[in-house]
Design a protein around this ligand. Structure first.
Ligand SMILES: C[S@@+](CC[C@H](N)C(=O)[O-])C[C@H]1O[C@@H](n2cnc3c(N)ncnc32)[C@H](O)[C@@H]1O
Length: 335
């Protein structure tokens, strides 16, 4: 919507006058923070001299298709606040559930994660056949669901041929386990096997049809590259005026049951140091960089040369009750 408004050379105030929609509401719509009624869309379409159907597609919000540890839904508003005003390509090297990326819906992006199963799932939205096969497999899992079935599907990664299975099979397995497991958490053991127990749900819903269709439309109509590699490798083509959002596994807060084993390699202090060095290097290159992490002394020390904004965030996933609740986070920018 913002693009359409700027094409018409209108400010938010002017669009507010022409459409009769409150300016603060227009800001929220452009930031993807609110769902919009059809009446509002009709008013805005008239003011922007465009078809209602065009705006309808643009204003629908996308949501993550998995529940992911470290999910950023609670922090979206703050992240929007600290976005650079203008940038070229969007990079997100630790995509996880991708809540910020899906909220932002960039036209050109490079997303990445070390977790191959998660990457298989993102890739299914890029191809019509994989997408349809994924939905069919998920329906299959839903109708076969039981505790026994869960453990049967969970053990698929022990098979030698697992990595050569079609991506929609691996994706469906991952999404099903994510929805059916205890506390919705993806965790692998030291051998790299998914090891979360069953959530003991009687019935499992694996996906939301409308969100899936919107995700498919988004990946079909935009230029999105999906990588499955280490974060440093994923950023080797980032140039001046590109924008990178880093949401790495969190630095561990002492005495908190923090969660850092998303993938086989756990993200320790040395990894945080390697990331901070890369952050500095990219910053010197003229790339806009934004990073979120826990507000720990270690992180403050690593990024002391940059702008550190302290924000509160609600942690959604944690297997121990005492780890829940508000945790301070930082959003660090070089601009
Ligand atoms: C905090 S999560 C991302 C959360 C996500 N932004 C969200 O909103 O749900 C961190 C992600 O980094 C990935 N990861 C861990 N080590 C990595 C590495 N060396 N390179 C790339 N990705 C890595 C994990 O698999 C995990 O999905």
């Amino acid at each position: 919507m913002k693009e359409l408004r700027l094409q018409q050379g209108l400010s938010q105030d002017e669009l507010s006058i022409y459409s009769g929609i409150d300016r603060s509401q227009i800001t929220k719509i452009e930031q993807g923070k609110v769902n919009v009624t059809l009446e509002t869309i009709e008013k805005l379409s008239r003011a922007l001299q465009t078809k209602t159907s065009v705006l309808l597609e643009e204003t629908k919000m996308l949501h993550p298709f998995v529940k992911w540890a470290g999910g950023k839904s609670q922090l979206l508003e703050k992240l929007h606040l600290y976005l650079p005003k203008k940038y070229n390509n969007y990079f997100e090297p630790f995509i996880g559930g991708g809540s910020f990326f899906l909220n932002l819906k960039p036209g050109k992006a490079i997303i990445n994660d070390f977790n191959s199963e998660l990457v298989c799932a993102y890739r299914c939205f890029q191809d019509e056949d994989d997408f349809n096969n994924l939905k069919r497999e998920l329906k299959n899992h839903e109708s076969n669901h039981s505790e026994e079935y869960y453990y049967h599907i969970r053990s698929m990664d022990k098979d030698d041929n697992f990595l050569s299975l079609p991506i929609y099979i691996r994706a469906a397995r991952m999404i099903y386990l994510n929805k059916a497991c205890f506390n919705g958490l993806y965790r692998v053991n030291s051998k790299g096997y998914f090891n979360v127990p069953s959530g003991r749900k009687k019935k499992v819903n694996t996906y939301d049809e409308e969100n899936f269709i919107l995700l498919r439309e988004y990946f079909k109509n935009n230029d999105i590259t999906i990588l499955n590699t280490d974060f440093e490798e994923a950023l080797k083509n980032a140039k001046a005026n590109d924008f990178i959002y880093f949401d790495p596994p969190y630095d561990v807060i002492e005495n908190k049951n923090s969660f850092t084993s998303y993938a086989k390699n756990s993200f320790d202090k040395n990894e945080q140091i390697r990331l901070a060095k890369l952050y500095k290097k990219l910053s010197n290159k003229g790339v806009f960089v934004m990073l979120s992490n826990h507000n720990t002394t270690f992180i403050n020390e690593l990024y002391k040369d940059f702008n550190i904004h302290v924000v509160n965030a609600k942690r959604l996933i944690n297997s121990k009750a005492d780890g829940r609740g508000d945790v301070e986070e930082v959003i660090i920018t070089n601009y």
